[in-house]
Design a binder for this molecule. Structure first.
Ligand code: AMP
Ligand code: MG
Length: 896
């Protein structure tokens, strides 16, 4: 079966070097008679019909093997005095076999001063490693003139093969591969080769396990009734699991194919091996020994079915490649020629094999003398020597764990070394002292420091710190009289204006948390948010009040008084503390209901303190506020400047979508700081790129922040190009990352002009720890994709009134102190060795459309709830949502 595969590879790679050409370079000791050696080799070729095989494709497509009667061994002699050994090898390698011209074997005797080397070159399609040991044993014997046992006749084997129950085997494989597994692709970790079609560059990293350790490993295996090959397979599965983040692992294994049902196969020469998939399901709670036992049992169940070709097996599994790594456990009798009878007699003292495998990485295990030899053969265009050496170290470390602690569970068997753990701890050592404060107390302190400084500018209105403080305090008093205080929620439905800031600060001063309500949203969603938050009061304006659904009491921020006489609150003022919620912001929920994220003062104060420490706003800074209040980015746009004596400049309602307006506001208001969602940054850059009438629009800008979705290298590059056009340095661009569930942002990265497809999201903010974990919550090594979990001060309290959903996403932090939680982001990331984190995508069905966070499940639930719709699916296509509905049989749903 494997010959078929080799044949097709040879046909496919007809113009590249043949990877299945094997060179055995033998060192000969003692007197060498070239003619006798040549005769001995010819004798061997005569003895073994399968060595005389050739292959061709018939016009009907079928590939056949022909066994020639007699062929002459191609023989050459070379001398290193004329050609260096390496050149002999290289020239020989460059000479491909033609598969329909037997024999697919040749020999070159190389004289090297007083020594001899015999180069045996063969195509793998006619002999496997086991065959080569038989061949070498016979070669020495034939050279000496010893009588050889009768050679094995291939016919009984071919008869046996033909009689196999192929349908039964297909069924067995179909069952073993039900599911079917996702392909396990280790090369997904490797940097993409510069040229996908570049020929493979075979290289090899060898590790020999110390003898005592090999003995301990063998002892462990024996004590548990396991074969050493099972141990290797199990450890390989653990390694692949930890490197790919998958619990369902497939890799290739090479089996000898020399069935004991046919006698004499152990001394036959031919290609008997086969490559079959090994699938290992990893179970987190299983112990290592239990895992190995199961691997062995599952392997045994398939023993009778290993004769089926890989292409056949892949077909029953649904087609397509299942794996890209291979494990070969060499269990054949090692080449051990008998000792020389007389001094000076020919002996083979060394054997260097030059061959390669067609996989990015293959592990060849050779038991033999001394310790277990592990050879990691790799394609250097995929994995370089260093990467493979690291993999080899991790693999041997896993073997050591197996021996030292076989009762450990899979979930606790991580790959990281002590040094790697220490490095991660260092990256997460972000502790910084931040004052115990609330947004309200920090604003009050700032207002006392700079009462006359401009706090808010909106069109023709400017409010000083003192004025803003006074008006917010007045509102707070009215709210208190309505019962607002710590742990209560007050909705704010005020279009962008100076009043919006009065409203937000008023709610905070009252000790309550604000719930932003975006009046641009559908009435149904507005009603849901109001109802879900439990707010008893909604602060709004005379104009906006008309757009609100029935529900909570309205309090008009643009009218100084409520109903006459109802505004005096005489009870004690209750201030919020750091652990009371500051705001409640709703995000999309996968089950069809948005969920409110309750964020505490401590979390957001930490976020603002970090931002000030990192970027340092001054009194002369002006921050453009343009993000709708229902998005948490608005939180720092509102409050960062107000904590630092700087000015918030509010864009007019709708203005955040209008590049021309924004450029004009930036220029005329001397904006220094603003935020763009990457897709808006791109739209803005593009619009400004063609409008050259005001080249000075960006003069005042000191920094721009992006967040909300992946920032592409192209978007960042275009921004830098645009803002550096007039010969000055580009406006610095910072990529921030974070979910609403962790106080806006938890990582930052300063774009430095270099980026791949996407700009990195960087390192953690203050008092924040990042964990990149696999599905068993094990920390993954640098460079390996994993899910990002967040821990530290900025974590939200959870989802308002949704204990179940909260418990799903805010989970116990196994790396933190007792009782600490971590938030599961659903984001797939990878950490570079320098600690910078790169964003790769999502692990679930949450998407971003122009920065809007959307659970496709929410839209699907809404579609499916419509009359006449039996089922629905939503995907993102070309940056927009596309919905599909399956009608209830017999009905035609209304497409509108
Ligand atoms: P939100 O809660 O709306 O802030 O959305 C949070 C999600 O937006 C994250 O979990 C990411 O999937 C995505 N996101 C936010 N910032 C970035 C960024 N800088 N790069 C890539 N994705 C981001
Ligand atoms: Mg965010």
């Amino acid at each position: 079966p494997l010959q078929e595969g080799f044949f097709f590879h040879a046909a496919l790679d007809a113009d590249g070097a043949d990877l299945y050409l094997v060179q055995e370079l033998l060192e000969l000791d003692g007197h060498v008679d070239p003619d006798r050696l040549r005769d001995a080799l010819q004798l061997i070729l005569d003895r073994h019909p399968l060595l005389r095989a050739s292959f061709r494709q018939l016009p009907g497509g079928e590939v056949v093997q022909r066994l020639a009667g007699r062929v002459t061994l191609p023989w050459r002699e070379a001398d290193t005095a004329d050609t260096a050994l390496d050149d002999v090898l290289r020239a020989d390698r460059a000479e491909p076999f033609i598969l329909d011209r037997p024999p697919l074997l040749r020999a070159t005797l190389v004289r090297d001063g007083g020594r001899h080397r015999l180069l045996l070159t063969l195509h793998h399609i006619v002999a496997d490693g086991w065959s080569v040991s038989v061949l070498l044993r016979e070669l020495t014997a034939a050279y000496r003139g010893d009588e050889l046992p009768a050679p094995a006749d291939p016919r009984p084997y071919l008869g046996w093969l033909a009689a196999r129950d192929r349908d039964g085997a297909r069924d067995a494989w179909r069952q073993a591969l039900t599911g079917p597994p996702e392909p396990t692709r280790l090369s997904a970790l490797a940097a993409a080769p510069d040229d996908e079609r570049a020929p493979a560059r075979p290289e090899q990293v060898d590790t020999r396990l110390p003898e005592e350790f090999t003995a301990a490993l063998t002892g462990y295996a024996r004590a548990h009734g396991l074969t050493l090959s099972t141990v290797v397979h199990g450890a390989w599965a653990l390694l692949l699991g930890a490197l790919t983040g998958s619990g369902d692992i497939v890799f290739g294994t090479t089996v000898s194919g020399r069935t004991t049902e046919v006698t004499g196969l152990d001394s036959a020469v031919g290609l008997f091996i086969n490559t079959v998939p090994t699938r290992v399901g990893l179970r987190p709670q299983e112990t290592l020994t239990e895992l190995l036992r199961r691997v062995q049992d599952e392997h045994s169940a398939l023993l009778d079915h290993q004769h089926l070709g890989l292409a056949d097996i892949q077909r029953v599994a649904g087609g397509g490649e299942l794996f890209d790594t291979l494990v070969v456990f060499e269990n054949h009798p090692a080449a051990q020629p008998p000792a020389a009878r007389e001094p000076g007699e020919l002996r083979i003292t060394g054997n260097e094999v030059h061959d390669a495998v067609h996989y990015p990485l293959a592990l060849i295990v050779e038991p033999g003398n001394g310790g277990l030899l592990l050879r990691f053969k790799h394609d250097a265009t995929r994995f370089d020597q260093v990467a493979v050496a690291v993999i080899a170290n991790r693999f041997t470390a896993l073997l050591r764990t197996l021996v030292a602690d076989p009762g450990r569970t899979v979930a606790r068997t991580g790959l990281l070394s002590g040094r790697e753990h220490a490095h991660l701890a260092e990256l997460n050592a972000t502790e910084r002292a931040v004052p115990e404060a609330t947004l309200a107390s920090l604003f009050a302190a700032q207002a006392a420091r700079t009462p006359d400084a401009p706090a808010v500018i909106f069109e023709s209105t400017t409010l000083s710190y003192a004025e803003l403080d006074r008006r917010a305090e007045a509102l707070a008093r009215r709210l208190r009289s309505r019962g607002a205080g710590p742990e209560s929620y007050v909705a704010v439905a005020v279009p962008r204006s100076a009043e919006l800031l009065v409203a937000l600060l008023g709610v905070l001063k009252a000790g309550a948390a604000y719930v932003p309500v975006d009046l641009d949203y559908p009435a149904e969603r507005v009603a849901f948010v109001l109802d879900d938050s439990g707010a008893r009061t909604v602060v709004t304006t005379t104009e906006a009040a008309g757009m609100l659904p029935a529900g909570p009491d309205r309090l008009l921020v643009d009218r100084d008084e409520d109903l006459p006489g109802a505004d005096v609150h005489e009870g004690p003022v209750r201030h919020a503390g750091p652990d009371h919620p500051a705001y409640l912001i709703h995000t999309s929920g996968s089950t069809g209901r948005p969920k409110g994220v309750a964020v505490t003062h401590r979390a957001v104060v930490n976020r603002l303190a970090w931002m000030q420490g990192e970027y340092g706003l001054g009194a002369d800074d002006r921050v453009l506020q343009k993000t709708p209040a229902a998005f948490d980015v608005s939180v720092w746009e509102f409050f960062w400047p107000l904590m630092e004596g700087a000015t918030v400049v509010l864009a007019r309602p709708g203005g955040h979508r209008d590049p021309g307006y924004l450029a004009e506001v930036i220029r005329s208001r001397r904006i220094t700081t603003l935020h763009f969602v990457p897709s808006m940054l791109a739209a803005f850059t593009q619009a400004l790129d063609s409008a050259t009438d005001r080249p000075d629009w960006a003069d005042s800008l000191r920094r721009v922040f992006c967040s909300g979705e992946a920032l592409t290298g192209a978007q960042a590059g275009d921004w830098s190009a645009l803002t550096s056009r007039s010969g000055r340095a580009p406006v610095p661009l910072h990529n921030l990352y974070g979910p609403t569930e962790a106080a806006v942002d938890v990582t930052s990265f300063a774009y430095d002009g270099h980026a791949g497809r996407t700009v990195a999201i960087g390192r953690p903010v203050w008092n924040t720890r990042l964990h990149v974990l696999d599905p068993f919550l094990r920390q993954v090594p640098d460079g390996v994709p994993g899910e990002l979990y967040l821990a530290g001060t900025q974590l939200a309290r959870g989802y308002h009134d949704r204990p179940g959903t909260t418990a799903e996403r805010f989970v116990a932090d196994p790396f933190g102190g007792p009782g600490e939680r971590m938030y599961r982001t659903g984001d797939l990331v990878r950490r570079r060795t320098d600690g910078v984190v790169e964003y790769l995508g999502r692990t679930d069905r949450q998407v971003k459309i122009r920065g809007n966070r959307i659970e496709l499940g929410e839209i699907e639930a809404a579609l499916a709830a419509l009359p006449g719709v039996a089922g629905a699916a939503v995907i993102v296509r070309d940056g927009a949502l596309a919905g599909y509905a399956v009608p209830v049989p017999g009905t035609v749903p209304d497409q509108e």
